[in-house]
Design a protein around this ligand. Structure first.
Ligand SMILES: [Zn+2]
Length: 458
């Protein structure tokens, strides 16, 4: 990734708080980069300064962390370039501090062939983030016939998923796990029982009833997750549960891990922080509570039927948010992934029931999640681990660490800088966020990819 001019440059980042969960490092420190890799890192004073090094002194209040690794992003290319392209998605990633993006295969054509994987990798070449394709489980994500998983792995797939069109057939899921196991790659499921969920558009509960919107019950997620975990028990294959949204799902994964099953799980910032009340314009839940504490005033009421709150799985209850945070804190949930799902204005500018599902999440993730840190609910080092080291470990990616030998993919942020969410400023083509106009505290200042600075805040 490094350009010729920087290929052999030696750079020292010095003076900020360096947090690298991969080596338990959290101290005022320094990171020494040579070419595209890190050659030394540690508390300031322990890293020697070679001759001819370019020294970059950083404010003591800033944080230097491994570049964030997103296991769940929709980059929309090929096929839906009006929503996002690989380039704009990678630019959004750089602005959000993400240096590795694993992109979902629900494109047009679906990423289910060697040619499509090669296309994605080709287009991503030189982009300001590493793009790692997730290949489809079934041909065309049609849920009938397995894709050529061996060939897809060879072409560069890092996982398999039919996200967007969850696998309904238990038999197909069993086959997928059996074929993925010898390849050593995880099968990723968006847990959703289509038959039960039907055309539900928001969490099934009081608020859906009050708003007259069709409900998507919690059991729609747990039924499929429970089925999959039994199939993992049967096959011994690696399995990753995408975007857990309900308390019952956290319990299932916790029990599966206790049984020693090779299972990992993710949660999105919006499922951790927002509730179904946001659909009614009532902003409750962890984000609202944290911002009220941080600013000393309650969050203003939002818009009823804001289609930017429509996401799949849907925003749940405050109890679910609490269970998801508990799961993150006790390690049941391994990673935070954005499920970045950009859409055009037209996709969202319609009745709630008709609107597309999804939130554009790469550029607000850090600022939103830091509200939990600022209010003492989540240690900063844990947040960084779940955004970098743990996702890299979960899928065996060369990323997520500042250790000597690691790729010099680095995120530098000011945890205390206040900024306003203005989707018009997003690099992403997807302006669809329910956080528009909110003031968040914590902003990415610089992003480095392979020893090269790819983003600097103005
Ligand atoms: Zn999904």
């Amino acid at each position: 990734m490094a350009t010729d001019e920087t290929a052999n440059e030696t750079i020292l980042l010095r003076g900020a708080r360096v947090i690298d969960p991969s080596q338990g490092l959290d101290a005022p420190g320094a990171v020494l980069i040579q070419g595209e890799r890190i050659v030394a890192s540690g508390p300031i004073g322990t890293v020697s300064v070679p001759d001819g090094v370019r020294v970059i002194d950083l404010p003591a209040g800033w944080v230097v962390a491994p570049g964030f690794v997103d296991l769940h992003a929709h980059l929309r290319e090929p096929g839906f370039e009006a929503k996002e392209t690989i380039q704009t998605g990678a630019q959004a990633a750089a602005r959000g501090g993400f240096t590795t993006l694993c992109c979902m295969p629900n494109t047009q054509p679906v990423i289910d062939s060697r040619a499509t994987i090669e296309y994605v990798l080709h287009v991503a070449h030189g982009a300001p983030a590493r793009v790692r394709p997730i290949a489809a489980i079934s041909k065309g994500e049609a849920g009938r016939e397995l894709s050529e998983m061996g060939e897809l792995a060879e072409a560069g797939a890092v996982a398999f998923s039919d996200d967007g069109r969850p696998v309904q057939s238990s038999h197909l899921m069993r086959s997928a796990l059996s074929y993925a196991a010898p390849l050593g790659l995880p099968v990723v499921e968006h847990c959703q029982d289509d038959d039960l969920v039907g055309d539900g558009v928001m969490h099934e509960g009081q608020i859906a009833t009050m708003l007259g919107l069709k409900g998507w019950p919690a059991a729609g997620e747990t039924i499929t997750l429970a089925r999959d975990l039994e199939l993992v028990r049967l096959t011994g294959a690696r399995y990753h549960a995408a975007h857990l949204s309900v308390a019952g799902a956290v319990d299932l994964v916790r029990a599966a891990k206790r049984d020693g099953l090779p299972v990992t799980a993710e949660v999105t910032p919006h499922h951790l922080l927002l509730t179904d009340a946001w659909v009614a314009g009532e902003r409750t839940g962890p984000l609202a509570e944290a911002l009220a504490i941080m600013t000393g005033e309650p969050l203003a009421t939002g818009v009823r039927y804001d289609t930017n709150t429509k996401v799949n799985p849907p925003l749940r209850t405050a109890e679910d948010c609490a269970a998801l945070l508990d799961g993150l804190l006790d390690g049941t949930i391994d990673v935070i992934a954005t499920d970045h799902a950009p859409h055009t204005i037209v996709d969202k500018d319609c009745e709630y029931g008709e609107a597309a599902f999804g939130i554009s999440g790469l550029e607000t993730a850090l600022g939103a999640l830091l509200t939990l840190v600022h209010t003492g609910k989540l240690p900063l080092a844990t947040l960084i681990a779940t955004l970098s080291h743990r996702p890299a470990q979960a899928w065996g990616l060369d990323a997520g660490a500042l250790r000597p030998g690691a790729l010099a993919d680095i995120t530098i942020f000011d945890p205390d800088e206040w900024w306003t969410v203005e989707p018009a400023q997003f690099a992403s083509r997807g302006k669809n966020t329910p956080l528009t106009g909110l003031r968040l505290r914590g902003r990415v200042r610089q992003t480095w990819l392979g020893g090269r600075q790819v983003y600097e805040a103005q």
